[in-house]
Ligand binder design. Structure first.
Ligand code: MG
Length: 350
């Protein structure tokens, strides 16, 4: 099939957080149409600037191309990446490319009448263990989750350490000894704070610390890995493409990789990141893996059996962009057995 149209739209989000990067550059919808009438939808990042990148440059490069196989998508990905190098490589342009890539996978799945996980070789996991991100610990336990990631205090102050220890203690007592308990300071800690927190939290047997510091401090993270062991150091949601993950691998910076399928370059690039992870024996737990875009790749590959969810987002339908997206049942998620990614775009949000 020949691609006849490519366009990106920034949805009318109603509940974006205020005063942070997400207020401006949150997720976009990318739409591709083929000459057989099939339409594919993808989910990228980067707000209106990413839409400009798709609607101006990428559109020019993509319209007119033939897509019959996953290999065709990869060849097109490489071409778009190469021709956007002077302004691309990381950040918003790669978030835009991720949306384009996911739209092409959705298109290919729909054209063949097969779910994306089938195009990736079929289901390895019939259902995926979800984990809840957030602070409503008892609610998550009641929903059936057996894994949780709570927000910690952001500094080394006595109050922040006490708060973090208290959250970890509550999580362990609410979820029990077998649960996976994680925490994510969202790059707010430094080397010393991470060490201090690891010592303070030692008795609660945490599974990972996520995104502790600036993602570019690779040597520092490699050193922290040793220090905080057996707590794992996780990260990668702010890294892009196989080139970025190759640097992480070389430095030995992380125990667990967390590429974001809708930011790091889409399904195409996540598959190549998984190849590198396999060579280095690193487990991969995609960021936001419980959203439909990550769920297909987790279910169809050797990613860890663990998918991030934000249960609060299901409580408020104001920003429900993708209809029919699976929610966790007894703490587990199942990708939809429908062509493409299987979700329906809520056109009212465009
Ligand atoms: Mg995170």
């Amino acid at each position: 099939m020949k691609i006849t149209e490519v366009s990106a739209v920034y949805p009318k989000w109603k509940r974006l957080p205020v005063g942070v990067w997400q207020s401006h550059f949150w997720q976009i919808v990318v739409r591709v149409k083929a000459d057989n009438g099939v339409v594919g939808y993808g989910y990228g990042g980067g707000g209106e600037p990413a839409c400009l990148v798709v609607n101006q440059h990428f559109r020019e490069l993509v319209v007119g191309n033939e897509i019959e196989t996953a290999d065709d998508i990869r060849v097109l990905w490489d071409r778009v990446y190469a021709l956007s190098l002077p302004y691309g490589r990381k950040g918003l342009p790669v978030m835009a490319l991720s949306g384009l890539d996911l739209a092409l996978w959705d298109l290919l799945g729909k054209a063949r009448g097969r779910p994306v996980y089938d195009l990736l070789g079929g289901l390895c996991k019939p259902k995926v263990r979800g984990y809840a991100t957030g602070g409503k610990l008892e609610q998550y336990r009641d929903m059936g989750y057996t894994a949780v990631k709570f927000p910690p205090g952001k500094s080394a102050s006595e109050a922040d350490v006490r708060y973090t220890v208290d959250m970890a203690r509550q999580a362990r007592s609410i979820f029990g000894d077998d649960a996976l308990i994680m925490t994510d300071p969202y790059m707010a800690w430094d080397f010393d704070t991470t060490k201090l927190m690891a010592d303070a939290l030692r008795e609660f047997n945490l599974y990972w610390f996520e995104d502790v510091t600036t993602p570019d401090y690779l040597e520092e993270q490699a050193a922290l890995r040793e220090i905080i062991h057996p707590i794992n150091l996780a990260g990668g949601e702010h890294e892009f493409t196989r080139f970025g993950f190759t640097q992480i691998a070389r430095a030995g910076a992380l125990d667990i990789w967390q590429p974001d399928v809708a930011w790091c370059g889409g399904i195409t690039e996540t598959l190549r990141i998984l190849d590198i992870a396999r060579e280095h024996n690193v487990p991969v737990v995609p960021h936001r893996g419980g959203e439909i875009w990550g769920l297909h790749i987790i279910a169809a590959t050797d990613c860890e059996d663990l998918a991030e969810t934000h249960p609060e987002r299901w409580e408020d339908s104001a920003d429900e962009l993708w209809l029919d997206e699976p929610q966790a049942v007894d703490g587990y998620l199942t990708p939809l057995d429908r062509p493409g990614f299987g979700v329906v775009l809520n056109e009212a949000m465009l």
